[in-house]
Design a protein around this ligand. Structure first.
Ligand SMILES: *[C@@H]1O[C@H](CO)[C@@H](O)[C@H](O)[C@H]1NC(C)=O
Ligand SMILES: *[C@@H]1O[C@H](CO)[C@@H](O)[C@H](O)[C@H]1NC(C)=O
Ligand SMILES: *[C@@H]1O[C@H](CO)[C@@H](O)[C@H](O)[C@H]1NC(C)=O
Ligand SMILES: *[C@@H]1O[C@H](CO)[C@@H](O)[C@H](O)[C@H]1NC(C)=O
Ligand SMILES: *[C@@H]1O[C@H](CO)[C@@H](O)[C@H](O)[C@H]1NC(C)=O
Length: 390
């Protein structure tokens, strides 16, 4: 008898320890790494170095000064970004296109999407520019894993560069070091508006106005705030503005959106069939709760400036426990992503199955107002009745 008790207590301790290890070992949210400063701005990274759970998506938070230029560069992971403040002039060169260069002035709420290894550069305009970018690789580091134009060309033998560019060796002398990943050039004139035509173009590229709505078939810009109607709104709960491959056909493996959750608002219980979810806390505070396919219960808090990660298939929700609205950017590593919500799932199952599975009388289930359940649910005016059935 004594042995049995000891065994039970022992097992209990092991199971508690495992549970605790699970909670401590796997997080839903994490801080970004330390800020790295450069002459034209700064960058913070979030990848598997500090957030191993975010195994398939990484991100960076970039702050450009007025005239600060993210050096022309490219990288293998696709990129999806949201402008958080200021204005960013983004130029993308897409291979194999009649109109290879696409330039846009992006403002708060705009999103861009760059295909794998498409060369691009980003300039902070008068008020500078802050953006958060996500990449479909967990270990990616924007600074060390991107090839920059100057870093490349300073490695090429002068004779080969001269030959390649149909000029003399004297004309291709480059300083020994590449420039900074974020440089502060003499670019004030560019930030004022007009820009000289690129060497291969007959005229300067037409910069899109911030509030222009047109999204061409191949555009890599999404004016999320202006151009995309909220896909989900609920009075007193907030909105979700979402962009996916129905808007964006340019072939990157991302979709995403901006979510506002008002005080007490609940993002409905749901899961994503084909995509991991990466989050960035823009402001406010949200409780995050998820259960993985392996049944591991995870919880966390997504605060301003933090990254969050929900593995594909994990049932999850977000809840705003504060008295202030909370905003977050969300990115999925699939251009087409699909979601099943709890009401959408159980509302399509025979009542008898649910009654048997959940061990709840069918009459109680009929009181679940599944048809009116919201994707963003406002706080309930009266405290919800505690379900004591079963
Ligand atoms: C961006 O950098 C500027 C200049 O250092 C700073 O004043 C500003 O607070 C930064 N913005 C963010 C959102 O970090
Ligand atoms: C530039 O290209 C033309 C045409 O192929 C060639 O004749 C000329 O020698 C080249 N000049 C240099 C400096 O390489
Ligand atoms: C993007 O998705 C396509 C189709 O699923 C896949 O073949 C391709 O490898 C993906 N590319 C990247 C960079 O993840
Ligand atoms: C939170 O972020 C949203 C979206 O960027 C912005 O509209 C709102 O003003 C911000 N709220 C605060 C308190 O900063
Ligand atoms: C997460 O779960 C633990 C253990 O159940 C609990 O103590 C903690 O308060 C929860 N945290 C949040 C943010 O919900």
């Amino acid at each position: 008898m004594k042995h049995r008790t000891a065994l039970v207590v022992g097992l209990l301790c092991v199971s508690l320890a495992l549970q605790r290890a699970g909670v401590a070992g796997q997080r839903l949210t994490a801080e970004f790494e330390e800020v790295q400063h450069f002459p034209g701005g700064s960058i913070q990274t979030s990848n598997t170095n500090t957030f191993p759970e975010s195994s398939t998506i990484s991100g960076s938070l970039v702050n450009l000064t007025a005239g600060g230029l993210r050096e022309p560069h490219w990288h293998t992971p696709s990129e999806w970004a949201f402008v958080l403040s200021g204005t960013c002039r983004v130029t993308l060169v897409v291979a194999g296109s009649d109109h290879p260069a696409e330039s846009w002035d992006f403002i708060q709420g705009d999103a861009w999407a760059f295909p794998s290894n498409a060369g691009h550069t980003i300039l902070g305009l008068q008020d500078g520019c802050v953006y958060v970018a996500a990449y479909n690789s967990g270990s990616f580091d924007e600074i060390s894993d991107s090839l920059g134009l100057s870093a490349w060309l300073t490695t090429v033998p002068a004779a080969r560069l001269a030959q390649a560019l149909n000029t003399s060796v004297a004309n291709t002398a480059l300083p020994n070091q590449g420039s900074s990943p974020i440089l502060q050039g003499d670019l004030e004139a560019l930030t004022a508006g007009q820009i000289n035509a690129p060497l291969l173009a007959t005229e300067a590229s037409a910069f899109g106005q911030a509030d222009q709505l047109q999204i061409t078939a191949n555009s890599h810009r999404f004016p999320v705030t202006y151009g995309v109607k909220p896909t989900i709104t609920a009075t007193g709960a907030g909105y979700i503005r979402q962009v996916d491959s129905t808007y964006f056909t340019s072939g990157v493996n991302f979709s995403g959106g901006i979510v506002r959750q008002d005080p007490g608002s609940l993002r409905q219980l749901h899961w994503h069939l084909e995509a991991d979810e990466w989050q960035f806390g823009i402001n406010g505070t949200l409780e995050v709760y998820a259960v993985t396919n392996q049944g591991q219960v995870l919880n966390g808090t997504l605060r301003e400036g933090q990254a969050g990660f929900i593995p594909r298939g994990a049932g999850h929700y977000l809840y705003n426990p504060t008295s202030e609205p909370a905003y977050f950017a969300v990115v999925f590593n699939n251009a087409k992503f699909s979601t099943t919500s709890l009401p959408g799932f159980i509302g399509n199952l025979p009542l008898e199955y649910l009654a048997a599975t959940l061990d709840v009388p069918a009459n109680t289930l009929k009181s679940w107002n599944i048809a009116k359940a919201q994707e963003l649910a406002a706080p309930q005016s009266t405290p919800s009745a505690v379900n004591t059935a079963g």
